[in-house]
Ligand binder design. Sequence first.
Ligand code: GCU
Length: 595
Amino acid sequence: MKLRTTRITCLLLLCLLFTDARAQELMTNVYGRQLQSLNGKWDAIIDLYNQGRKNKIYLNRKPQGKTDFYEYAFDHGLRLNVPSDWNSQMPELKYYEGTVWYARRFDAPRQADQRLYLYFGAVSYRCRVYLNGEEIGSHEGGFTPFQIEVTDQVKESDNFLAVEVNNTHTTDAIPALAFDWWNYGGITRDVFLVSTPNVYIQDYFVQLDKEKPDQIDASVRLSEKVANQMVELEIPELRIRQRLATDSEGVARASFRAKKLQRWSPEDPKLYQVVISSESDKVEERIGFRNIGVKGEDIYLNDRPIFLKSVSFHEEIPQRRGRAFSEADAVMLLSEAKALGCNMIRLAHYPQNEYIVRIAEEMGFLLWEEIPIWQGIDFENDDTRQKAGYMIREMVTRDKNRCALAFWGVANETQPSAPRNEFLKYLIACCKEIDNTRLITAAFDLVRFNRESQVFVMDDPFIRELDVVAVNKYMGWYHQWPVTPDKAIWDVARGQPLILSEFGGEALYGKTGDADIVSSWSEDYQATLYRDNIEMFNHIPNLRGVSPWVLFDFRSPFRFHPTHQEDWNRKGLVSDQGYRKKAWYLMKEYFESIQ
Ligand code: GCU
């Protein structure tokens, strides 16, 4: 026991060390700050052999005399939209994995006592940032934001910003060498120049206490470790005004009662205007308040057991064959989930953009968010573990004020091993270091049929580290039925809530007939598969949620079949052109049947 405690303590210390190093770098609620958008068309150079850094093209030099010349120029060349992946912008870039340089100029007018930051919503997968010829920062991880202070490097006008982006997949990356989605590269989310007061409200966490239905716990951190700074937290609609003072760390904390609080729920996604002011800064946003917890095999939302009517989708607009990045994209994806009758979204398999998270909360969806610890990760590599720690902290820091977020997912389909267990325990520690209010989960593909007992079982002791256990099981697709669905009894993770986080099968929209032939890729076979799985749900005693894989057909280099797939994973309930398949209607009927 002592060894285990020591190990967790070490993990936490490791987390603290890195948390200190990194958590200061992300300001909360960037959309609530003073912003100058740097979105738009950027100049670009495709650097297939990674020659650009060696040749210092970020200096953007121009020939001066008669004898010097440069074999590059950013202006008058390729232009790429930001935000967007590059794959969907040019046919030649569809499969491109490598380096692309982005560049643009910008002016930075500002008042004297202001600080300036460059903020990137996400850059896939790794990048180095150069400003006016100097490297000012780098980031790894294709799905979480980062920012770089440029107060002292930026000029009033005509700044030259270059970003060297690379999306080559590697063994030590997250995700690693192969994954079942398109490896989109590029500056895939918003880019802002953010200005703040010298001492600003850097971070805050305002949520309902884990157990109490009417107590709000709040902490506000200033950008500087200054004590006795006045901080005020208001929730006008609740007639709450808390006047606080910061401690020597620059942090102010409070817990206070909130009478007549209307708790957020999918049926009633109530959000309150929360205004936080310090002596020199003011930030506001709409925040919801809800309780989420587990008792035995039940998941409780606001003191009532809930069944999760979930669905997954990738951050992709199929018709555009590209990454989703805008509010309009978020509304399209989420509206289809609302029409299906869902009360939860599993945002697979990586943190998706902030529009999707915020609009999902406004529309009334609980959320499961995860970093892409997807199958073959190098769990024995310390560098990889640190990277995963950064990513999960960036995800939790960005979204911890979103009450819709109920689950932090730490893994998808990993295989049991001591290194994997240690790696995931570190991630859980990193999560809880910032937010210990949400449920921790992970998806496993380890359920198997035990022929002696004629029961579906799973054996991975790691599940005891989780609040909720999730399993991906493709009965009728990757696994044929060993018994008829009405005899498919499960004995998995008893004593804990269980979510079927993935099930389903492929169908080419419009293909019909062959309702009993898997290789038909027909909608009728997919419908048969859904009917059979829905029957099986009745025989999983601790089932507390299902999440069909997947709402939309999505692109994947895994999917080679020349007529049925053509680089598309066709498990969508909706085709890549936006047409609902027969199974969509079965799923809607099932969700409607659940009270
Ligand atoms: C896995 C995996 C998904 C993948 C799916 C499939 O369970 O989690 O990312 O797309 O199976 O094979 O379609």
